[in-house]
Each structure stands twice: as C-alpha cells, then as structure tokens.
Design a protein around this ligand. Structure first.
Ligand SMILES: Cc1cc2nc3c(=O)[nH]c(=O)nc-3n(C[C@H](O)[C@H](O)[C@H](O)COP(=O)(O)OP(=O)(O)OC[C@H]3O[C@@H](n4cnc5c(N)ncnc54)[C@H](O)[C@@H]3O)c2cc1C
Length: 527
C-alpha cells in the first residue's frame, strides 16, 4: 500500500466539537485541512448528544475562582497549568462560538446554548451551527466515512494516518501535522449515555503510537440514565420535578438511596455517592425505576421532560427503568502549551486530552475544553506543518493482517463480554478483586480476539473497534488497580478514603507492545 499525498497540511481525526474547532482554526491560518470522521460531520459525536452547557469565567466570576473551583472538584490532581490556560482562553473561545449564530443563557459561571426547538437535544443545534461555520473554510476537505486505524510515524514524528476509506479500502494519507480529536470511551461500558461508537479509539491510536495515557482510572458516571431495553440511553438532567419518585419493581419507595432532598438535589450535590449507591443496589437487589405518575401536567411542556415525550414510552402511566451510566473519561494524552503531544507533529484536543478535570469533571468544562484545545491544536498544527508535508513511503503497518472469514456472531458476543467486564469490574464502585478479575477477563478476550477475522470492511471496523475498546478498558483496570484510595469519581470499596498523603499523583500508563500490557508510573500532581 502506498502512502497517498493527502494534499493536507493538517489532518484531523474526529469531527466533534474539538475537531471542528481545530479545522476552523487551522483554516483561518491558511492551512489545507483534511477533516476525517468515521461518521458524519458533527452529528455522530458526543458533542451532538450534549446538553450544550459550557463553564467559563465571566465578568462576575473571575478566572482565579474558576481555577480554584475546577481544581477542588478535580480533587487537586488536575494539571493546574492547563486549568489556568483554559481559564484564560475560555471567554474568547465562547465569544467566538456565539458568533456562529448561537444564543446562550448565561449564569454566573456557565453558558447554556439555547435550541430553537425545546424538544431537540441542545448539542445538535450547537454542532450544526459550528459545522456551518467550519464548512466556509476555503481549503477544507471533509471526508466522512473514513475510519482511522493507525497513526503513521516517520523519523520520530507523525507523518499521516492509515485507515479504511468509504469503499473499505486500506488507505494511507500523509500530512504535515495530525490532530487527534477522537473523543472519549464511554461506550465501552454496558451502561453508558454516549454515542455507540465512542469506544476509546483515540486512546488506542495514541498508545500504539507510543504516547502515555494519563489518569485513565477516572471515569465519570451519571446517576440517572434511562435503562429500558427499547429506549435510547437518555440522560435525565435536573431540574426534575419533586413529585418524581425512585421505586423498585413493586413500586416500593427507594428514596433512602438518595437521602434527604430531591433527586435533582442529589444529582447536583452528591452525584458520585448517588451513582455509587444506585450501582450497588442494581448489582445486588435488581432494577430501579423512576415513577413520574404524580408529576403535574405542566412539567411535560418543559425541559428536560419535554424531550422525553418524543420517545415511545408512556412515562405518565408506567415507571421507567433507570441506572447510572458511564458519561465521561477524565484521562487522556498530555499536550504542551501549543496543543502538541509528546510525539512531534501529533496534536490533540477535546475529551481525549488529559489534565483539566483531575479526578472529576466540573459540569460544562468538557465543551469549554473542546473550544480551547481545538482552537489551540488547529492553529499550532497549521503553523507547525508549514513545509513538513511528507510524500515519502511510510513505514510498514504494525497492525496484523487478517484473512477473510466471517465472524459477525463472535464479534457481537465479544462486544457484549467486553462491556459487561467494564461495567462489572471497572464500574462505579471497584475492588482489587474485581479489577484483577477484570484484567484476567480482558486477557482472555484479547486472546480470543486475536483469532477473529473479518470478511468485509464493516467487520474490519468492528474488530478494530473491539481491539481499541479492549485496550481502553485494560487502561482503566490497570490504573484503577494501582490507585489505592478513593478520589473524586474514582471509588474503591476496599480503599474508601481519599489519601492526600500518598495519592496527590497522576498515573501514567505506557503501552508495551510485546507483553501487551500497560506499565504504570506516577508523577506528583502540579500544586
Ligand atoms: C449525554 C451527554 C451530555 C453531555 N453534556 C455536556 C454538557 O452539557 N457540557 C459539557 O461540557 N460536556 C457535556 N458532555 C461531554 C461532552 O459532550 C464531550 O466530552 C465532548 O462533546 C467531546 O467532544 P470531542 O470533540 O472531544 O469528541 P466527540 O464529540 O465524541 O467526537 C469525536 C469524533 O471522533 C470520531 N472518531 C473516533 N475515532 C475515530 C476513528 N478511529 N476514525 C475516524 N473518526 C473517529 C467519532 O466518530 C466522533 O465523531 C456530555 C456528554 C454526553 C454523553
């Protein structure tokens, strides 16, 4: 396979909010940009699923306060220099976003993007507007349906990517600089509220290219997500009516799980404890439901209940199954002040960047980070790529080749086993025993996966997805087993206390291709 000259100065993997901001910024610098996504521009992304709330300093909320609050929520292991940078850049980034023709309702420390249709997900409106703006760039080529399987490295720098194009052909594309904007990995969990394809591909691409993954044990879970088999995993945000009740299958009150106060207050004030209590209840005593039958009719015309009315479920008559679900990955790759990773020529932005969130994410900070890191990566990559575009033959792929034998059924089974292992062993509440068993299960899955073969391009993509997802789960389990305390979203039943004496540290995982394991080291958190 020859390396095709993509004619791009900057090649971007992922067209979520971060990738689109990067494309916009690089285009503004005059770069020729190639924006690749396995799905459509903006729409197959977590950005489109979002509630479109952004946290930022405002006139009434100074940057220093934003930094302090973000650091406290992150339980003081955030990368403080990056938090300060985001604080500094966020107001300008939000101004730029709103100039796309978006309206926002602002509070002391957040901006909530308003959608013209209250039944629609606000994130869809957000990404549509940004996509319209990005498409105006002069030298932009968008290739949707391109699935990246590898970052090509030549002479110690990123030189392009390898992947499957829309016809399923293995293709190599060169570029002066590459930007990873591939999102998180929430969908590796049996219960999650992410897009189905959010399977940690970005982490796997980065780790295989030799980058370290930081703080991968920290996964944020959201307590109330629809868990009815036929319904989408819709997240239920506050404000929720006081009349809605948590019940078991027989209708018995379970309000002791969230304690005094309303469900909405439990989500806002003690989200992690609430998720943990729900998780333990589900694992030991069966399903939990929300009963909306006493909710006054006027609520069904208001956000967020209005959005539920478009689903084929009679919420006004039937209690609905709910569960906590994986929501966001705090860990990821390290970038420098220019948005560049430790591999020269490779930049990163969005959810897959490490450092802003520490042990827990402050609500609204993920989208703000997409704006800031996307812009930084796009403009730096454009400046850095000048004259670097390579057309030399790439090094041979390190990925194994597969013979054509159909394995559709096995792929489905493997996917199910992987998600169950992630949920059961690397879920909301973890123990050493569970994490060790999880690693053993992942080892078995990896062995089985090595024998699976794809018979067509779609199966190839599913297999790559599975291999990437397996690596992401291995990272969560490995870092989780080694951290012997609880902190932020990370809850160890066998080490329930936060231990500032020993654990004000960031974990750093390095992939060992021969043993197919991660090695863990630690760095002291920035103070
Ligand atoms: C239900 C929900 C609500 C949320 N609400 C908020 C909120 O209100 N405020 C907030 O701050 N955060 C929120 N978040 C978090 C936030 O939405 C995400 O962290 C953010 O959108 C991630 O953006 P991104 O650009 O990094 O990745 P994404 O938007 O996930 O985009 C990544 C893209 O990369 C593509 N991709 C991945 N791998 C490959 C590959 N190998 N080849 C080609 N393409 C690839 C994917 O297809 C995808 O299109 C929410 C998350 C969820 C799930």
């Amino acid at each position: 396979m020859k390396l095709q000259d993509s004619q791009a100065d900057v090649l971007i993997i992922g067209a979520g909010l971060a990738g689109m901001m990067a494309a916009w910024a690089a285009g503004q610098e005059g770069a020729r940009v190639l924006l690749l996504d396995r799905s459509s521009l903006g729409m197959g992304t977590n950005s489109a699923l979002s509630n479109a709330v952004l946290a930022a300093p405002t006139a009434a909320y100074p940057p220093e306060q934003y930094v302090r609050d973000t650091w406290e929520i992150g339980r003081r292991i955030n990368r403080k220099s990056w938090v300060s940078r985001v604080a500094q850049e966020a107001p300008g980034a939000i101004e730029r976003l709103l100039a796309c023709g978006l309206e926002a309702q602002s509070s002391r420390d957040t901006y909530a993007i308003l959608s013209p249709d209250p039944r629609a997900i606000p994130g869809v409106h957000l990404v549509r507007r940004v996509a319209d703006r990005v498409k105006q760039a002069e030298h932009l080529h968008i290739d949707t349906g391109f699935y990246v399987t590898e970052i090509l490295v030549e002479e110690g720098r990123a030189a392009g990517v390898q992947g499957l194009d829309t016809r399923g052909q293995e293709t190599r594309l060169s570029a002066g600089a590459v930007i990873l904007a591939a999102g998180g990995a929430g969908a590796v969990y049996h219960r999650n509220d992410n897009q189905k394809s959010t399977l940690g591909q970005g982490y796997a691409l980065a780790a295989r290219a030799g980058l370290a993954l930081w703080d991968m044990e920290f996964v944020q879970f959201f307590p109330l997500v629809l868990a009815e088999p036929r319904l989408p995993s819709l997240i239920l945000y506050p404000p929720l009516p006081r009349e809605v009740r948590l019940v078991d299958a027989r209708g018995q009150d379970l309000s002791f799980i969230h304690g005094a106060g309303s469900l909405g207050e439990a989500i806002m004030e003690k989200r992690d404890e609430f998720s943990a209590a729900l998780y333990e209840r589900l694992e030991t005593a069966g399903p939990v439901f929300l009963d909306f039958r006493s909710v006054p009719a006027s609520w069904w015309d208001r956000h967020p209940l209005k959005g539920m009315t478009r689903l084929a479920f009679d919420f006004r008559r039937t209690p609905v199954a709910i569960a906590p679900a994986a929501h966001f990955f705090m860990g990821g790759v390290r970038i420098d002040g220019q948005g560049e990773t430790d591999l020269p020529g490779l930049f990163a932005c969005g959810e897959m960047v490490w450092g802003l969130h520490g042990a827990n994410r402050r609500g609204g900070n993920a989208l703000t980070e997409c704006l800031v890191s996307g812009w930084l990566a796009g403009s730096s990559a454009a400046r850095r790529s000048g004259g670097q575009r390579t057309s030399a033959p790439a090094t041979e792929s390190l990925l194994p080749k597969y013979a054509p034998v159909s394995s559709l059924e096995s792929i489905g089974k493997f996917r199910k086993r992987l998600k169950a292992a992630a949920w059961g062993k690397a879920g909301v509440v973890r123990t050493a025993e569970g994490l060790r068993t999880g690693l053993a299960e992942i080892g078995e899955l990896e062995q089985g996966l090595a024998d699976l073969q794809a018979s067509n391009p779609q199966e190839k993509i599913w297999l790559h997805d599975l291999r990437g997802a397996t690596m992401a789960v291995r990272a969560v389990l490995t870092a989780g087993l080694n951290r012997k305390e609880s902190r932020g979203s990370f809850i160890r039943k066998d080490f329930p206390e936060e231990d500032n004496g020993r654990w004000l540290k960031n974990s750093c995982l390095t992939w060992q291709p021969r043993s197919r394991e991660f090695i863990t080291t630690y760095a002291d958190a920035e103070s």
